[in-house]
Design a binder for this molecule. Sequence first.
Ligand SMILES: [Mg+2]
Length: 408
Amino acid sequence: MAERIILHCDLNNFFASVECLGREELKGKPVAVGGSVEQRHGIILAKNETAKKYGVKTAEAIWQAEQKCPGLIVLPPHYDQYVRYSRLVRRIYEQYTDLIEPFGIDECWLDVTGSTKLFGPGERIAEQIRQTVKAKTGLTISVGVSFNKIFAKLGSDYKKPDAVTVFRREDMERLIWPLPAQEMLGVGASTLRSLHRIGIFTIGELAKTDPHMLRLVLGKGGETLWRFANGLDLSPVSLSGEEPVPKSVGRSTTTPQDMRTAEDIALTLLWLSERVSRELRANHALATVVQVHLRDNRLNVTEHQRRLQQPVRLAELLRKTGLALILEAWDGVTPLRSIGIRAAGLVHEDESFQLCFGSDYEQLERMERLERAVERMKEKYGRDAILRCRQIAGGKPGQHLAFKGVVN
Ligand SMILES: [Mg+2]
């Protein structure tokens, strides 16, 4: 069987690069993209090469980064632009193969084994793609070319930005094995600690260790890492992230009695947001835009929308944004007959997981898990099995979930 030819393409400093496009005044200056810039506790989401030289790191607090790098320019993220450019670059990859597997918003594996008759050897395809991306978007990519996905990814990290690295099978011992073990996909912080404990520091040392021993120390994953390190990864470039997401998801309702207070609206909106959130989950999607509409008792309809700084699907965040929008659009006096909330500008969850880092991300993850767990209980025990305190008549309004009792 002929050797596979796999490319791993990685957009360099993606968010920061997009922010700097067409802005000559930022050239050569240290630039970072930060979440919640207006608040001091925001964190660094991305940085450019200049900021990197000052030691600015992803996921550290903005104030820490500013201490290391006085004059650091911190810009807010523009998620819709990242999605736009990510898709634009993807269109370029599609000219060379239809076997494309995205890994986050800025990385893709390409299997170009079947494309060499048309476009030449893997190295030449990589070079063409690198040049085309640069010419058409102004962004740079680094590309790794190898015979499996793991080594292709190592290659795109090996030399960057704006570079192509080829790892052939015969290069393995000389070029790959001396690299630190943590450079390899699958070796996270805790695995690395375990490897260090048994004296394994490089990919080569990992490759030469008895796989049974690795299994004892790391479980089943240990054998997988051993195979990776020996160039035995056979996993195919799979077509993921391609299920089409709907354009938008929305819910609206007319209440039995007109809504007269912000609390009335908040309660209805919570119920609607939970349904929108559930549908987003079912579609593997997140929203970058929230829209609301309200109809008052004179049947006047008002619509209002907001673009979000980062994609969301938590019911609680949809509700918060929706409520703020409604209260902006409502005169506060005219009773409302119906309201609706719509999640729009949807992106696939594969495209969005990378935007969140650090502490913000951990909290979002916890809330996501909580909402999922609540959804599962509702599916099992009925929709009233768990309610938020504010949904129970006479209960105190608040964020907490209350158990109303479970009926089997
Ligand atoms: Mg990247």
